[in-house]
Design a protein around this ligand. Structure first.
Ligand SMILES: Cc1cc2nc3c(=O)[nH]c(=O)nc-3n(C[C@H](O)[C@H](O)[C@H](O)COP(=O)(O)OP(=O)(O)OC[C@H]3O[C@@H](n4cnc5c(N)ncnc54)[C@H](O)[C@@H]3O)c2cc1C
Length: 287
């Protein structure tokens, strides 16, 4: 299907882009791999596309102050190939490798995926597990948004109408930490039926702390905080971890559709959480 008619603008600066977003029917275009399919289905009908892909200097990966700083137009492919990502948050490259196909990874951006907040997207789970923030620019200047609390509901974030993500900042992994992202995907699209990212810190052979990001289960990606707390102090042991992650889907309005029932998704979340925690602990040096 063809999209409805729209105008196109290619601003040269973020300030110009924010100005163009004054039009309530305008939408930011980055890699286009979520927005254009929605437009073709007429589920989105923006009158103006504001293409931030022509703004110089938005595609970069830097290591700054113990964090990875990732520019808004940085593609999955650039993340996959970045030595800095492999060195400081290899799980991000691992997860990027899991997204769609080579065409999607060449054009799709991390910032676009977070702004889109697809409940089955891979990246929301990974950024929640790593922790960090988003730098967003809008009519009132720039603000930092903690990633905890960024995802509000299905396709909804705390970004305001005219705000643009300029940069994503993710905590670099520390010594004694390991991370893993595991997903059970829908075979045609490779979207996550369920995906779990675990970042585990060990101390004296036991689990000191864990961050668990979950996607595909509820209307938004979330951290399984009860399971994170239950894991603290536990040995790196299959039975102990299994018991601690039983709550990962508790209190969540679990999705059901033609691909998987709510019960199946909740089951997958528990299984993948156990496996991801054990793999992350193994990578952290715990056997
Ligand atoms: C065939 C196919 C398979 C896919 N498989 C997967 C998969 O397995 N896993 C997965 O996670 N995803 C998958 N995707 C989705 C893909 O990862 C996302 O489309 C992509 O990452 C979104 O980024 P984008 O740059 O393409 O955003 P766009 O499509 O350009 O934009 C998406 C939304 O975010 C907004 N936006 C974009 N950038 C910004 C910004 N900097 N600031 C504010 N708002 C912004 C846009 O206005 C729009 O509303 C698939 C897509 C396709 C087409």
């Amino acid at each position: 299907m063809f999209p409805a008619k729209f105008a196109y603008a290619a601003p040269q600066s973020l300030q110009e882009a924010v100005g163009l977003l004054e039009d309530p029917d305008a939408k930011v275009l980055a890699g286009g791999h979520s927005l254009l399919p929605l437009m073709k289905l007429r589920l989105a009908q923006p009158k103006l596309l504001v293409d931030i892909g022509k703004i110089p200097g938005l595609s970069y990966i830097r290591v700054e102050g113990g964090q990875l700083a990732i520019g808004a137009m940085t593609s999955y492919r650039e993340i996959q190939l970045s030595q800095d990502v492999h060195q400081h948050a290899a799980v991000l490259a691992e997860a990027a490798h899991e997204v769609g196909d080579p065409q999607v990874r060449a054009r799709g951006t991390l910032a676009g995926a977070l702004a889109h907040a697809d409940p089955a997207g891979d990246m929301p789970a990974v950024v929640l597990a790593l922790g960090g923030s988003i730098k967003a620019v809008g009519p009132d200047g720039e603000r930092d948004i903690d990633l905890d609390g960024f995802f509000v509901d299905m396709l909804t974030t705390t970004l305001q109408e005219r705000e643009i993500i300029r940069e994503v900042r993710l905590n670099a992994q520390q010594a004694g930490q390991g991370a893993a992202y595991l997903k059970f995907d829908q075979p045609a699209s490779h979207y996550a039926l369920t995906g779990v990212c675990a970042v585990v810190s060990l101390s004296g052979g036991s689990i000191a702390s864990t961050r668990l990001g979950i996607t595909g289960v509820g209307p938004k990606a979330y951290r399984a905080t009860a399971a994170e707390q239950a894991l603290a102090g536990k040995p790196v042991d299959e039975d102990a971890v299994r018991a601690a992650v039983q709550s990962v889907a508790d209190g969540v309005d679990v999705l059901g559709d033609i691909h998987a029932s709510p019960e199946y998704r909740a089951h997958l979340a528990r299984v993948l959480a156990r496996r991801a925690v054990l793999e992350a602990a193994r990578r952290a040096g715990g056997g």
